[in-house]
Design a protein around this ligand. Structure first.
Ligand code: SF4
Length: 396
């Protein structure tokens, strides 16, 4: 098996994963290119999980790997700094999903794992790596494993997945007749259910044609800066002038008359100010880094944060306290694990058998949270009164 090198995967300027951004804000790709690319721990963790997923998938469906060789390769991955035991379980979910797709075909389909796809006919110099491609019976499946647990990514009309599919169509349409394209995102840390979406090959090709002018603009770095939810992972998100102006314009309606703003205005202000808190905190972090490396951020300085206390030698300190007659119950806080923590400790299967099935766990829905009207979740029913949720008298 070829050396797995997810971390070294090359990225196109018009990468598929940032397509939702450069299709809406065409100059963003060139602007991001001027800023440092900092890889977060979450991204590094995702890389390890992908490497495990690839190894397992190859062994399950593509090439026979002896148990010895498999274990040796897995051990190497387990030795990586960001490896976590739960990766084994989540990568199993991914592999089981792909096995389900493969076994649903009447005869063995073609399978490609970690296949580089070229969609440069639609977006200049565009290429990417599809996690798993399955083709058979005039069907093309593009499967993407996502290890993030922050935001659930939907496969519906997803431009990243559509670009991979366009690349796969280009690579395989001479060999295979393809009528329908199925896109699936498997994000097991958020949901056991994959997000799936299908489109005809003809419609996909038409979409590919439709994005060509925007892709060309993006490649040249031309067009308007457009602020939206796509800014979330943009490298420029803290210091992009368009976004800063947009966020600060949230207060431009003040002063408002009458003195109290109405609910219509509340809705408008909430919408305009969306993202302002995380942007502000991100900008502060960036400014602190600048000051700490000797830069000047007008009107700001770095100061020591709140201190903390720690034991010089925990074992020695506790031994001493016990010798002095301090009871263990005072020294240790014994707490039962929460159901999610216990699920992690026991594994999904044992958790289900020992806790869920006998009815030892009850599920409660979370407290209501405010969401935009177009949020995919159904509106919260009014059967629960606000006073049942927010305990304590207002103003007390
Ligand atoms: S932060 Fe938003 S508006 Fe600014 S370049 Fe990035 S995507 Fe475009």
């Amino acid at each position: 098996m070829a050396e797995i090198a997810h971390a070294e995967r090359a990225h196109a300027l018009l990468s598929a994963s940032s397509a939702h951004r450069w299709l809406d804000c065409t100059p963003s790709a060139r602007l991001e290119e001027t800023l440092p690319d900092t890889t977060s721990d979450a991204a590094k963790e995702g890389t390890v999980a992908h490497e495990i997923a690839e190894l397992k998938l190859r062994r399950a469906l593509v090439e026979p790997i002896s148990t010895r060789s498999f274990n040796a390769q897995l051990k190497k991955l387990k030795d990586k700094e960001l490896f976590d035991e739960e990766m084994l379980q989540y990568t199993d979910t991914y592999v089981e999903y792909i096995q389900g797709v493969v076994h649903a075909f009447p005869s063995p389909p073609y399978i490609a794992v970690e296949r580089r796809v070229d969609y440069s006919s639609y977006a200049p110099e565009g290429f990417g790596t599809a996690d798993c491609i399955v083709i058979g019976s005039k069907q093309l499946h593009i499967n993407d494993f996502k290890y993030g647990k922050g935001v659930q990514v939907s496969a519906v009309d997803n431009p990243q997945m559509k670009l991979y599919a366009l690349g796969a169509l280009k690579a395989y349409s001479l060999l295979y007749e393809i009528e329908t394209v199925h896109l699936a995102i498997i994000q097991p840390r958020i949901s056991g259910q994959a997000s799936e979406w299908s489109i005809s090959a003809a419609d996909l090709l038409a979409w590919g044609e439709s994005i060509k002018p925007k892709a060309l603009q993006a490649f040249k770095g031309e067009g308007e800066y457009v602020v939206g939810s796509h800014c979330g992972f943009c490298r420029a998100k803290e210091i992009c002038r368009a976004r800063v102006e947009h966020l600060l314009a949230a207060g431009s309606r003040a002063p408002m008359k009458p003195p109290l703003i109405g609910w219509d205005e509340v809705g408008e202000v909430l919408k305009k100010a969306e993202g302002i808190v995380s942007w502000y905190n991100g900008l502060k972090k960036l400014a602190l880094a600048e000051v700490l490396k000797g830069g000047n951020v007008s009107g700001w300085k770095a100061v020591a944060g709140r201190g903390s206390r720690d034991y010089a030698d925990l074992d020695a300190a506790f031994k001493f306290l016990q010798e002095k007659g301090i009871d263990e119950a005072v020294l240790f806080n014994r707490q039962p694990l929460t159901p999610p923590a216990l699920e992690e400790a026991l594994g999904k299967k044992q958790y289900k058998e020992l806790l869920e099935k006998p009815g030892h766990v009850i599920s409660r829905s979370g407290a209501p949270t405010l969401a935009p009207a177009d949020d995919a979740r159904p509106a919260f029913s009014d059967q629960v009164k606000p006073e049942d949720v927010f305990s304590g008298p207002v103003g007390s």
